[in-house]
Design a protein around this ligand. Structure first.
Ligand code: KG4
Length: 339
């Protein structure tokens, strides 16, 4: 019989709980935290307090939406890391308590592996195609930019990664410089649709191998704006759409150049996208272009499974459940976990 797994995610500023039966999702409840908006970024202490307030109602709703009772749950999977220590503590402690009270297995999940495995979440009504092993995953979020070689569900290797800022961070930091609210990625995406991507040219990093760098782009963008604003104080206001379009194109080109190289080097044509930045319309289009140009089979998960969510924790929990990879009550969160 298919196990029913409760997934818990609390690594950053989203408290989420999900219930999965086999690989079919029955609920995925996500509570965001508005409290950070006025600070232009996530404030760790406020995040952990909000998780404490949210966790019980969120789990309660996830079970209610799925139509299951605590007795029905076969195992509880939680994000062990990477993430903010205080935030991870809340989810970890809750999961431990739940597993102990119900006498069910406890499963630790690496948040980054979970982003990759989000491709395997199925909906109750309709099955969709999933990538075949081995596949490549471009994992791009607020904290990560990596190319992952995925040999099996729990056998992954990072073959390229950022040496400084993440792609999402580049979007968010450049947006902040333009006076846009946090998180700036979605807004840049929106404004870029009406701008000219060729209007401005920004410097591109030269980084060895399949690695990325985004901090230079952020700095050159800052100096570029400063020089123009000196001459015209309304420069940003007058050119916002073109700035967004040109910046977005630069970030996407940087991401795609290394992904194309990775596909060529490995000979892999199963190409997947994961993480919050995968919501970006330009990046999605670049994937479709890759399908045309290089004959890739591309896979992009549903938006709800690309940003931080517990459905991806639950599906990863399923693969670990099948291999009986359980942990004891002495497990502690791990802020700097790698794939
Ligand atoms: O995976 P995620 O939800 O969590 C973190 O790693 O924090 O990713 C959030 C990141 C933020 O940097 C946000 O600006 C970016 O994803 N993002 C986008 C878009 N939607 C979210 N970046 C560009 N275009 C978007 N449409």
């Amino acid at each position: 019989m298919n196990p029913i797994i409760l997934g818990i995610e609390s690594s950053c500023d989203e408290t989420s709980a999900a219930v999965i039966r086999g690989d079919v999702i029955f609920s995925n409840v996500i509570a965001g935290q508005k409290v950070h908006e006025e600070y232009g970024g996530v404030v760790p202490e406020l995040a952990s307090r909000a998780h404490q307030q949210n966790i019980i109602p969120v789990v309660h709703k996830a079970m209610k939406d799925a139509g299951v009772k605590p007795d029905d749950i076969s195992a509880v999977a939680f994000t062990r890391g990477p993430g903010l220590m205080g935030s991870l503590m809340v989810g970890t402690s809750f999961a431990k308590g739940f597993a102990l009270a119900r006498k069910i297995p406890l499963i630790e999940v690496n948040h980054l592996q979970a982003h990759v495995l989000a491709h395997f979440i199925q909906e109750p009504d309709q099955k969709h195609a999933v990538p075949e092993f081995p596949f490549l995953c471009l994992l791009v979020s607020g904290g990560n930019s990596q190319i992952v070689l995925v040999r099996d569900f729990l056998d992954m290797e990072i073959i390229g990664q950022t040496i400084d800022d993440a792609a999402g961070e580049a979007f968010d930091k450049c947006a902040k410089v333009m006076g846009l609210p946090y998180p700036g990625g979605p807004l840049i995406d929106k404004l870029a649709r009406e701008g000219n991507p060729e209007a401005f040219e920004f410097s591109r990093p030269v980084v060895a191998n399949l690695d990325y760098s985004f901090s230079g782009l952020k700095t050159s963008f800052l100096y570029f704006l400063r020089d123009h604003v000196r001459k015209d104080p309304d420069f940003v206001e007058h050119n916002k759409k073109d700035l967004c379009a040109s910046l977005q194109k630069t970030i996407i080109d940087i991401l795609m150049e290394k992904l194309v190289a990775a596909a060529e080097q490995t000979g892999i044509k199963e190409i997947t996208l994961a993480g919050g930045v995968s919501a970006n319309s330009g990046l999605r289009q670049a994937f479709w272009d890759g399908k045309e140009k290089y004959g890739w089979n591309i896979y992009i998960p549903k938006f709800a499974y690309t940003t931080d969510n517990a459905a991806m924790i639950a599906i990863t929990g399923l693969f670990k459940y099948r291999k009986k990879e359980f942990v004891g009550q002495d497990v502690a969160p791990f802020a700097r976990m790698v794939i």
